[in-house]
Design a protein around this ligand. Structure first.
Ligand code: NAD
Length: 513
C-alpha cells in the first residue's frame, strides 16, 4: 500500500468514515443488488488507488431518496433556529477535523496544503453564515387594498435537495448547498464527483455525527456513489424538487432539460472562462500577484480560474515579462510539500486537454511565452508547467474552458474594445479589471461592463468569499449559491392573505353578490 493510500485510509478511520477498500461496508452503497462497475478513487499526486467503492444501483438511489423524503417530513417541523444547531455542530466538527479533511482534499483532489485547508475553512464559514441565517429566514408583509386584511409572504422548507458536485471543490460545494438546505428545513442527497468519493464519505461521516449529537434524523443527508447514471437517477426523481448541479456546461446542458421535463427546479453552477482587463493605470505589481494566483492556483482547476488577460497595448509587454518571470519560479510538485504552489492535474485526460489546447492555440497563431509542457513531479502524477500564450486574436480555443493552467494574453486599445472582447465568450462566471482610474472601474462593474455574475476591481477573479452570492450567467447556468439571498432557492414561497374583518371585499373592485 502506498503512502497516499495509507494516509487516506488513516484519515477516513479517524473521521469515522469506514474502509475505502470495503465495497460492502459503510463506505459503499449499502446492502442490495450491486451494479457491475466499481468506482476507483486515485490520488492525482501519484496516481495510486486510494479507494474502491461499489456504486449505487438505480433501485438503491430510489430507496435513498425515499428515506431522505421521510427525514424531510420530520425535519420541516423543527423550528429553523433549532435546525441551526445541526449546522453549528457540523461547523464545530469541521474545526476539530480541519487538518485531516484538508489533507484528504489534497490527497484526493491534488490541492496544495493551504488550498485544501482553505476549502475546509470555506465550509466552516458557510456553516457560520447558515447558523445566523437560521434566525433570519424572513418574508415580507405587503400592503393590501382590502380593509381588514393582511397579506404576507412566508418561506417554507422545500423538500429533498439533490446536489451534484464536481471534483475540483470536492467538499466546499456540498457545504454551500447543505448548510443552507439544512437550516431551510430540507434533506440533501449528494452525488459527488466519481473522482472524489472519499472526501464525500468523510463529510457524510461528520454530518452523521453532528446529526446524532443534536438528534436530527440521520437520513437528512446521504451520499450516492456513482458516475453519470447515478446522477441521472437523482435528476429524474420527481421527489427531488431542486437539483443543484455544479460541473461542466456540458453536464448542465444535460441536467437542466431533464429536470425541466418534470417541472423541477435546477440551480446550475457551470463552467467559466474568466478574464482580467489590465488597464494603462494598473498597479502592475499588484496585477501580477493577482493574475498569478488566479491563473495558477489549484493548477488552473477552479471554475473561477483566470484564463484570459486582456492587456492595454501600453502595458502588455511589461506585464507579460513580469508574468513570465513569476511563472518560471513557481514550485511544482507534490501538493503535500508546504513549499509547492502548483500541484498535479486531476488525471491523464486533463493533461491531454492541456497539451492539445496549447497546440491548437499555436496553430491559431499564438506564441508560447512560457510553460506548456509536462513537468517533473511525483512519479505517477500528472504535473505540467503552467502556460502563458500570447494570442493575436480571441480564437475558438481561447473561448473554450480548458480546465488546466493556460493563460491567454490578448491586447486592446480602448476600454470598449476590452469589454467587448471580455464579454465575447459563452461563459459568464467571474471577471476583473486592474485599474486606478475610477471611471474605468465603475464602467466595468456597471450594466454596460462585465456580463459576469462576479466582477472585481484590483483583485483577480478567483477566491470568492461566502458572504456574497456566487454564480454566473450565460453558459455558467445562472444559479446563485452561498451568501446574500441565495437561501431562497432552497425554500418555497407562500403568499398568504388573512381576512380579520367581517366583510368580504374582493380585489380589483370585483362585485360578486
Ligand atoms: P463534470 O461536468 O464532468 O462532472 C460534474 C458532476 O456531474 C459529476 O458528479 C458527474 O458525475 C456529474 N454528471 C456528469 N454528467 C451528468 C449527467 N448527465 N447527469 C447527472 N450528473 C452528471 O465536471 P468536473 O470535471 O467534475 O468539474 C469541472 C467543471 O466544473 C468545470 O467546467 C468547472 O468550471 C465546473 N465547476 C463550476 C463551479 C461553479 O460554481 N460554477 C464550481 C466548480 C466546478
Amino acid at each position: 500500500m502506498t503512502d497516499t493510500a495509507t494516509r487516506a485510509r488513516e484519515i477516513l478511520e479517524r473521521l469515522g468514515a469506514g474502509d475505502p477498500f470495503d465495497p460492502d461496508g459503510e463506505a459503499g452503497g449499502g446492502a442490495g443488488p450491486r451494479a457491475a462497475d466499481v468506482i476507483v478513487s486515485r490520488s492525482p499526486i501519484d496516481g495510486q488507488e486510494i479507494g474502491r467503492l461499489t456504486p449505487h444501483t438505480p433501485a438503491e438511489v430510489a430507496d435513498v431518496i425515499g428515506r431522505a423524503q421521510g427525514a424531510f417530513e420530520q425535519w420541516r417541523t423543527v423550528p429553523a433556529p433549532v435546525r441551526g444547531a445541526l449546522v453549528r455542530e457540523l461547523g464545530e466538527l469541521l474545526r476539530e477535523h480541519k487538518e485531516d479533511l484538508g489533507a484528504l482534499v489534497s490527497i484526493e483532489a491534488g490541492k496544495i496544503v493551504s488550498e485544501g485547508l482553505g476549502e475546509v475553512q470555506e465550509m466552516i464559514d458557510i456553516c457560520d453564515l447558515a447558523v445566523g441565517l437560521s434566525r433570519q429566514l424572513h418574508g415580507l408583509t405587503i400592503a393590501t387594498e382590502r380593509p381588514g386584511h393582511r397579506m404576507m409572504e412566508q418561506w417554507h422548507p422545500l423538500g429533498v435537495v439533490g446536489v451534484i458536485s464536481a471534483f475540483n471543490f470536492p467538499v466546499a460545494v456540498w457545504s454551500w448547498n447543505s448548510a443552507l438546505a439544512f437550516v431551510c428545513g430540507d434533506a440533501v442527497v449528494w452525488k459527488p464527483s466519481e473522482k472524489t468519493v472519499l472526501t464525500a464519505l468523510a463529510c457524510q461521516a461528520l454530518l452523521t455525527e453532528a446529526a446524532r449529537r443534536v438528534g436530527a434524523p440521520e437520513q437528512i443527508s446521504s451520499v450516492l456513489i456513482g458516475e453519470r447514471e447515478v446522477g441521472e437517477a437523482l435528476v429524474d426523481d420527481p421527489r427531488v424538487p431542486l437539483v443543484s448541479a455544479t460541473g461542466s456546461t456540458r453536464m448542465g446542458k444535460q441536467v437542466a432539460p431533464r429536470v425541466a421535463a418534470r417541472l423541477g427546479r435546477s440551480l446550475l453552477e457551470l463552467g467559466g472562462n474568466n478574464a482580467a482587463i489590465v488597464a494603462p493605470s494598473a498597479d502592475l505589481d499588484l496585477a501580477v500577484r493577482g493574475i498569478v494566483f488566479s491563473a495558477v492556483g489549484t493548477a488552473g482547476q477552479r471554475c473561477t480560474s483566470l484564463r484570459r488577460v486582456i492587456a492595454h497595448e501600453s502595458v502588455r509587454d511589461e506585464l507579460v515579462e513580469k508574468l513570465k518571470a513569476a511563472y518560471e519560479t513557481l514550485p511544482i510538485g507534490s501538493p503535500l510539500e508546504p513549499s509547492t504552489l502548483v500541484g498535479p492535474l486531476i488525471d491523464e485526460s486533463a493533461t491531454s486537454a492541456f497539451l492539445a489546447a496549447i497546440e491548437q492555440a499555436q496553430a491559431d497563431g499564438g506564441t508560447l511565452v512560457t510553460g506548456g509542457e509536462k513537468a517533473d513531479g511525483v512519479a505517477g502524477g500528472q504535473y505540467v508547467r503552467p502556460a502563458i500564450v500570447d494570442m493575436p486574436k480571441q480564437t475558438d480555443i481561447v473561448k473554450a474552458e480548458t480546465f488546466a493552467p493556460i493563460l491567454y494574453v490578448l491586447t486592446y486599445r480602448d476600454l470598449d474594445e476590452a469589454i467587448a472582447l471580455h464579454n465575447d465568450v459563452s461563459q459568464g462566471l467571474s471577471s476583473s479589471i486592474f485599474t486606478l482610474d475610477v471611471r474605468e472601474a465603475e464602467t466595468f462593474v456597471s450594466a454596460i461592463g462585465s456580463d459576469c455574475g462576479i466582477a472585481n476591481v484590483n483583485i483577480g477573479p478567483s477566491g470568492a468569499e461566502i458572504g456574497g452570492a456566487f454564480g454566473g450567467e450565460k453558459d455558467t447556468g445562472g444559479g446563485r449559491e452561498s451568501g446574500s439571498d441565495a437561501w431562497r432557492s432552497y425554500m418555497r414561497r407562500a403568499t398568504n392573505t388573512v381576512n380579520y374583518s367581517t366583510e368580504l371585499p374582493l380585489a380589483q373592485g370585483v362585485e360578486f353578490v
